[in-house]
Design a protein around this ligand. Structure first.
Ligand code: DX5
Ligand code: ZN
Length: 229
């Protein structure tokens, strides 16, 4: 039951349309679109116009990860651009419950992202308006970083919290998700993998080959894998 979502910030920006088409045909489950404002994180990536341009090239869900301050001010722009799912950072939202409720009211899957140091208990009083939690397994802002080992324990804690409270909430992991980290993040309760330079965008493989390699790896460890989005 593990789903694969390419992190398009790692893709060749000069060939994004063909990349999206290729990944769609290779059988990915969703597309992860990192948005950065240079304030919440010290980097910039893509904007709503780019998302609009690639929208027609796949029907798979667009999962927009807002690494921005005051995310509530920007949600409508990304919905209009074609987002199906939006995660906002708990650390950037003054009124997190209201933002998540608004996302749901607009028919968008409501996600909350947590920086590595933010405890899962932060979510205790919004679990009823959350569809998925993005556990940052690196410090947000850049691809190619190293997995933070304590995040294994955090994923397990989050899964325990969700299951104890009886919610149907998916756990997405984002950052250095590769063959060396996937078995343990799945074992501890993650079910949505954001795949960047660590397992998908590799010079030595075509995108189709990389997706096949990943799916084979998952099937060997997780025979009932099927896209769950
Ligand atoms: C980090 C981004 C990610 C990810 C990229 O802010 O949210 O999408 O790190 O993938 P990797 O870590 O494999 O290069
Ligand atoms: Zn991300």
């Amino acid at each position: 039951m593990t789903s694969i979502g390419p992190s398009l910030m790692c893709a060749d920006m000069g060939n994004l349309k063909s990349t999206v088409r290729e990944l769609d045909q290779a059988g990915v489950d969703f597309f992860h679109l990192d948005i950065m404002d240079g304030l919440f994180v010290p980097n910039f990536t893509m904007g709503p116009d780019l998302i609009k341009q690639i929208r027609p090239f796949t029907d798979k869900p667009f999962d927009v990860h807002l690494m921005v301050m005051k995310p509530e001010d920007h949600i409508d722009l990304f919905i209009e651009a074609g987002a199906d799912m939006i995660s906002v950072h708990a650390e950037a939202a003054t009124h997190l419950q209201r933002i998540l409720q608004n996302l749901r009211n607009k028919g968008i899957k409501a996600g909350v992202a947590l920086n590595p140091s933010t405890p899962v208990e932060e979510l205790e009083y919004v679990l009823d308006v959350v569809d998925y939690v993005t556990v940052m397994t690196v410090n947000p802002g850049f691809a190619g970083q190293k997995f933070i080992p304590l995040m294994y324990k955090k994923i397990q804690r989050l899964r325990e919290l969700i299951d104890k409270e009886g919610y149907n909430i998916q756990i997405q992991v984002d950052g250095n998700i590769g063959f060396h980290t996937i078995p343990e993040v799945i074992k501890n309760g993650a079910d949505m993998l954001v795949c960047g330079t660590s397992c998908l965008f590799k010079k030595e493989l075509s995108l189709k080959e990389a997706v096949q390699q990943l799916n084979t790896f998952l099937e060997q460890r997780n025979p009932q894998k099927e896209g769950m989005i």
